[in-house]
Design a protein around this ligand. Structure first.
Ligand SMILES: [Zn+2]
Length: 516
């Protein structure tokens, strides 16, 4: 298929970026919540009658350039003089009634310090998002800092999963958000476009994780990702025949008990210089994890359609990067399997030869994610010689014991690479915490009859799992393993209210902008 491209160029910090618009994939087709940018002089009565947000600093001075209706400006001035405002602590808000419409609690006043910190910009987004509550809202941006963090938080928190409701309350949720800026306030259109592209990837990733396993199986997942061809991503599918021929026996063994065929999707984005080694993104895509013959309990199984969250994050990142036309080379390797008991299912005790050549004894069929990743990591290195690898997986329940549902677990064989990534996580507000990758923990995986087993004991078992993966990573390949079992779903983050979070899409997107 030939793709018609319309090229435009942007220059930021002397770097020329090419912005592409793809036929059939215009901005109109993107799903993220619409955010408009206007100048303050256009803040007319229409907007003043709806919900709006004002930031007032400790001096409590109202912007004179704001074309506020007299009734409203008098009321706000009066409010500033009250004890209520004086006693309000910083970064807290209070809502007052609109004197024109008499609608209760429709004007939100946020009290801010004279110098606002970067982290507070995200908190403002959260405040605005809960005030907005599905309605149209206008924000008078009087803060002397870029508003992208605030805008991103509002946008990503606007996500609603209503695909499976017969009567979705869609119109209310898509109510517009408008930022009103000072005449002289500078902003980059490219940043806004990239933010839309990022939100689109985040929303896709969340949809995939939120869908149940009878709807999102290995085949519908494949169909969804084949749409990426429209945005310039090369998509290749390895079916069971190819998987066996290549020798990815560990991955293949996991899916043997299911009637859904196993697949490996290879996604390539070549935005960088040709010939530069790509970064590999490896994702665990277990579309449902029953545990296999080492069957989970009913309560432990109930949310296991989310066991493909790693794959969903890889898909989201690559989509966002491609739509932003970032100058980076990426290869995504997604292993799609379903772990079910069945007549052909692998049994506890089975010995399987990995792609690397090691013989692995499977002592617990519920420790299947590491089998999928082991072969994919080896394949990534043999086939693509990546300059670095990220893998993402809902790998262990133990990571929730260690870090709760707040932090993703980070493991790495390369301090510099890991420090770079953690600093980006910190700035982009996705929480991550490094745990040791210590050889001692690998001892738990020693086997009497084969080279390695797939489970150790319960002590430090997230680290033991990471050590299993480490066995399939060459020393010279910088590698980060992200255990996202705690943060992928059903936890509130700064960017998500509930359901799937798409943890990692934001941090990785930002990482590739800074470290292509
Ligand atoms: Zn499992």
């Amino acid at each position: 298929m030939k793709i018609k491209l319309f090229k435009r160029y942007f220059k930021i910090d002397n770097v020329v970026y090419k912005q592409l618009t793809f036929r059939g994939y215009s901005k109109k087709n993107m799903r993220p919540h619409k955010i408009s940018i206007k100048r303050k002089k256009n803040f007319n009565l229409r907007y003043q009658k709806n919900k709006f947000v004002l930031f007032l600093n400790e001096d409590g001075r109202l912007d004179n350039d704001l074309p506020l209706d007299n009734h409203i400006s008098e009321l706000i001035k009066k409010f500033i003089r009250t004890e209520v405002f004086k006693n309000l602590s910083f970064n807290n808000s209070i809502s007052i009634d609109n004197p024109i419409t008499l609608e209760p609690s429709t004007i939100l006043i946020v009290k801010v310090k004279n110098f606002v910190g970067d982290e507070e910009l995200f908190d403002f987004g959260k405040i605005i998002s809960s005030f907005k509550d599905g309605n149209a809202v206008s924000i008078i941006w009087s803060i002397d800092k870029p508003f992208i963090s605030t805008l991103r938080t509002v946008q990503l928190r606007s996500y609603v999963f209503n695909k499976l409701k017969s009567r979705p309350k869609g119109s209310k949720d898509s109510a517009e958000t408008t930022f009103f800026l000072d005449e002289k306030f500078k902003f980059s259109k490219l940043d806004l476009q990239r933010n839309d592209a990022l939100a689109d990837g985040v929303f896709l990733s969340r949809d995939l994780v939120n869908l149940p396993a009878n709807i999102l199986n290995t085949e519908t997942f494949e169909k969804e990702l084949k749409k990426f061809k429209k945005i310039g991503i090369k998509v290749r599918v390895l079916n069971e025949k190819d998987i066996k021929a290549i020798g990815m026996n560990l991955l293949f063994a996991v899916g043997k008990g299911s009637s859904n065929p196993s697949k490996v999707l290879v996604l390539e984005w070549k935005g960088g210089k040709s010939g530069t080694q790509p970064t590999a993104l490896v994702g665990k895509g277990v579309v449902f994890d029953s545990g296999g013959l080492s069957l989970k309990s009913s309560s432990g199984m109930v949310d296991m359609a989310m066991d493909m969250a790693g794959a969903a994050v890889v898909a989201g990142v690559i989509k966002s990067v491609a739509q932003s036309n970032l100058k980076v080379n990426l290869v995504g390797l997604i292993g799609l399997v379903e772990n079910m008991p069945g007549p052909s299912a692998m049994r506890p005790g089975d010995v399987i030869k990995s792609l690397k050549g090691d013989l692995v004894q499977v002592n617990n069929t519920d420790a299947e994610g590491r089998l999928v990743l082991g072969d994919l990591l080896w394949y990534a290195q043999q086939k693509f010689k990546p300059k670095r690898i990220f893998d993402l997986a809902t790998l262990t329940g133990a990571i929730i014991i260690a870090l709760g549902k707040e932090y993703a677990g980070v493991f790495s064989n390369n301090d510099k690479f890991c420090d770079e990534f953690l600093s980006v996580c910190d700035q982009s507000n996705e929480k991550a915490w490094r745990l040791p990758l210590d050889k001692k923990f690998g001892d738990a995986l020693s086997s009497k009859i084969t080279d390695i087993t797939n489970v150790g004991g319960s002590q430090g078992s997230s680290i033991v799992a990471a050590m299993f993966l480490n066995n399939f990573v060459k020393k010279e390949t910088p590698w980060i393993h992200l255990d996202i079992a705690g943060v992928a779903k059903n936890t509130e983050t700064i960017f998500s209210k509930n359901g799937a979070t798409a943890w990692g899409v934001v941090a990785l997107f930002e990482y590739f902008q800074r470290f292509p």
